[in-house]
Ligand binder design. Structure first.
Ligand code: ADP
Ligand code: MG
Length: 368
């Protein structure tokens, strides 16, 4: 388990100060895979370095397992080498002049463990990552994927309570990245090690995580399962950062009814949209968001009672193999819709768009 409470960190720079972390809190449950996801510069690495003891926060508290490792109030700071963690960085940081075996053995050597124990644990760690045949090889004579595995074995060799991973796959090519993603997830499942993972790649985060904390500008915007983060973004930033989304401004005409459906005036016309966050009174400026794959496109007007019906004109489309992306002009707004490739819809065709009211989400404006 990892618990982070109201963590703050600023850096002094020549230009003044940077608030890298503006007070973040989250909890990683025992044995789970938790991802910090967000754009470059949002504070992911700083958070991880604080948990690892490589950075001293300006405020807050950090607990790893049943042990408090940092408390600003109590002036407690357990140094990194006394925290029960394993860490892998983006640049693998393995030593080129050492063999694979010695690289992985290093953390145990540094703790003066007996030789027999080192041999046993290193063999086990190399086996875990599928490198047991390469122990004697020099580290530079390995492929990128193999070097990454060495770094992972080195992080695991001390059997740490928690594993901290900072964009460990981003230096690999796309195919290898997919494979390593799957292997990493599988390994984590098998070992049950509580894992805090950092990435800026939404697809990776959705694929690999039990829970995601979406970050922006030193803050956590939303925490949830991949399904919650994708299906129920809380604001403009969340809807826009994860996957594609149509986002239109609007004004609440009628607050949510018993089913949680509000009426909203938008440039697309009046829409019914589902409200999950706090109540918004009539007159309130909001946004309505819906994903391209929720939009059905057809030349027939018929719609069910639980759908919003829009009328538009096809401006263009992109064939993607398993689907086709349509750009449809509705009023003066361009809407994205995803359809079957077989749909014979020409440029300039007049079409109807149907969007289930449950998939039209009322969200708040803003980046944080
Ligand atoms: N040592 C440092 N000195 C000054 N600014 C830093 C330092 N480390 C990070 N920052 C700044 O803090 C912010 C967060 O950085 P970081 O945590 O590395 O973001 P991320 O990992 O999400 O890309 C950025 O604006 C970055 O420039
Ligand atoms: Mg980073």
């Amino acid at each position: 388990m990892i618990r982070v409470d109201n963590l703050r960190k600023s850096f002094r720079t020549k230009e003044g100060g940077v608030d890298a972390l503006a007070g973040i809190s989250f909890e990683v449950r025992q044995g789970s895979f938790f991802t910090l996801l967000g754009p470059s510069g949002c504070g992911k690495t700083t958070t991880l370095r604080c948990v690892a003891g490589l950075e001293r926060p300006d405020d807050g508290e950090i607990v790893i397992g049943d042990r408090r490792v940092f408390s600003f109030r109590e002036r407690l700071f357990v140094p990194g080498n006394k925290r029960d963690i394993g860490m892998v960085f983006q640049s693998y940081a393995i030593w080129p002049h050492m063999t694979v075996f010695k690289n992985v053995a290093y953390p145990l050597k540094a703790r003066y463990r007996p030789r027999a124990e080192i041999r046993e644990k290193v063999d086990k760690a190399l086996q875990l990552v599928g490198l047991d045949a390469l122990g004697d090889r020099l580290a530079p004579r390995l492929s990128g994927g193999q070097q990454q595995r060495v770094a992972l074995a080195r992080a695991l060799v001390g059997e740490p309570q928690v594993l901290l991973l900072d964009e460990p796959l981003s230096n690999l090519d796309a195919k290898l990245r997919n494979q390593m993603r799957w292997e990493l997830k599988e390994l984590q499942n098998r070992l049950g090690t509580t894992t805090l993972y950092v990435t800026h790649d939404q697809v990776e985060a959705l694929a690999i995580s039990d829970q995601i904390a979406l970050m922006n500008r030193g803050r956590i915007i939303q925490v949830g399962t991949p399904q919650e983060i994708y299906g129920n973004p809380v604001n403009e930033f969340a809807a826009d950062f994860i996957g594609a989304a149509n986002i239109v401004p609007g004004e609440v005409l009628e607050p949510p009814d018993a089913q949680g459906l509000a009426r909203v005036r938008t440039p697309l016309g009046e829409l019914r949209a589902t409200q999950k966050g706090p109540l918004r009174p009539p007159g309130q400026r909001v946004l309505v968001a819906f994903r391209p794959e929720e939009v059905s496109i057809s030349t027939e007007a018929g719609s069910a009672p639980d759908e919003n019906l829009l009328r538009g004109e096809i401006q263009g489309f992109t064939y993607l193999g398993e689907s086709t992306e349509f750009q449809v002009l509705v009023g003066d707004r361009k809407i994205q819709a995803k359809g079957e490739p077989a749909q014979a819809l020409r440029r300039g065709a007049s079409v109807y768009l149907r969007i289930p009211v449950g998939d039209c989400l009322l969200i708040r404006q803003g980046e944080v």
